[in-house]
Design a protein around this ligand. Structure first.
Ligand code: PMP
Length: 367
């Protein structure tokens, strides 16, 4: 079949190779998973079941139910994040796609701090726009100098992601201010992906959007209450952007799942502090364990990922050796223009993390 040319712009061969190898592993130590290792809380499940029984099974309004939109508005008002309007989307991925569709023309440049979440790279290029990687190695910090170096006159927007997938970095208030000031001086849009917000371990989460005049914030409940399969996310932003996204949703996804929208109201109230405390302990376990085993690694303050340098410098080659030793991790070039690192997800039991560290000790000649 002669597929559209844009089809070739999305290429998943790198990650697929790893998954193909992983499929042959018997009971691997799997530290590659991008979702929390707890189940959806019971109150959220009950709310979804109640929604089905209560007949909330039809289309909702395109922009989302009024109750959930209000809950999202209240959420950002309480956090002093400027927003004119909000809409509900099918996952944060759906939110991302709507925003990119609404804003990007072919030939536009988008600044993306590197390492980045894979979907930014794929979706931006899919729309004929260009990803301009802002190299942030080895500390993954945003600096004025790094942004200046990457900027082009065709830059339309910057995508920020804190806490970050894959590095776990949480931007400091100073970095947030630098990024926002830079973007506003250059007249470019600011998109802040805050899906890992509740997984912040060292102090308060600071949203870059707080310092911006008209930021676009996307988030959702896939990580917070682990409802990855329910596809629930949202966009908060300026009126014209939200209106454009609603129009696009009307002709594509139609609405976010009605049942998930109902349950999300409970999900947004869920107290994440105990989970956050538990994940902080796992972060300490993996970080200290890596340092003790001679790995070069920036200490993460959020999400549930850590992004060490691969001994020998080749992330792809290192991951193949890890797989040979029954450990599944993800090569850094899936998230980066560089191939020097690898991603570990510590959304796993302490026993699994410990077993992973035992293998990693064997794989590092410097240990
Ligand atoms: N943004 C980031 C940074 C992510 O890591 C993910 C999930 N891996 C998403 C967005 C998408 O999440 P969802 O579509 O499940 O809400």
């Amino acid at each position: 079949m002669k597929l559209a040319q844009r089809r070739s712009l999305i290429n998943s061969s790198g990650i697929r190779k790893v998954f193909d190898l992983a499929a042959k592993m018997k009971d691997p130590i799997n530290l590659s998973i991008g979702l929390p290792d707890f189940d959806v809380p019971d109150v959220v499940k009950e709310s979804a079941i109640g929604a089905i029984r209560g007949g909330k099974n039809r289309y909702t309004l395109t922009a989302g139910t009024p109750q959930l939109r209000q809950a999202v508005r209240d959420y950002y008002t309480a956090r002093s994040v400027p927003h004119d309007d909000v809409m509900i989307a099918s996952g944060t991925s759906g939110a991302l796609f709507l925003v990119f569709l609404a804003l990007l023309d072919p030939g536009d440049d988008v600044l993306v701090p590197d390492p980045y979440f894979v979907m930014y790279d794929a979706l931006i290029r899919f729309l004929g726009a260009n990803v301009i990687a802002v190299d942030t190695y080895p500390d993954f910090q945003i600096t004025r100098e790094r942004l200046e170096k990457a900027w082009t006159p065709r830059t339309k927007m910057i995508v920020l992601n804190s806490p970050s997938n894959p590095t776990g970095r949480v931007y400091t208030e100073e970095e947030c201010r630098i990024a926002v000031q830079f973007a506003e001086e250059k007249g470019i849009e600011i998109l802040s992906d805050e899906i890992y917000e509740p997984f912040t371990y060292d102090g308060e989460f600071v949203s870059p959007a707080r310092f911006a005049k008209a930021p676009i914030v996307i988030s959702g409940l896939s990580k917070t209450v682990a409802m990855t399969g329910w596809r629930l996310g949202w966009i908060a932003g300026p009126t014209d952007l939200i209106k454009a996204c609603i129009d696009i949703q009307q002709y594509t996804f139609v609405c976010a799942p009605s049942i998930a929208q109902e349950a999300a109201i409970e999900g947004m109230k869920f107290d994440m502090r105990p989970i956050c405390d538990d994940y902080r302990g796992r972060r300490d376990l993996i970080y200290n364990g890596l340092v003790e085993r001679g790995y070069q690694v920036a200490k993460p303050s959020g999400a549930f990922y850590i992004f060490p340098e691969a001994p020998g410098g080749d992330g792809g080659e290192f991951v193949l050796r890890a797989i040979d030793n029954n450990l599944l991790v993800v090569p850094g070039n899936v998230f980066s223009r560089r191939n020097s690192n690898f991603r570990i997800s510590y959304a796993a039991t302490r026993e699994k993390i410990q077993a992973g560290l035992d293998v990693l000790a064997k794989l590092n000649p410097k240990a």
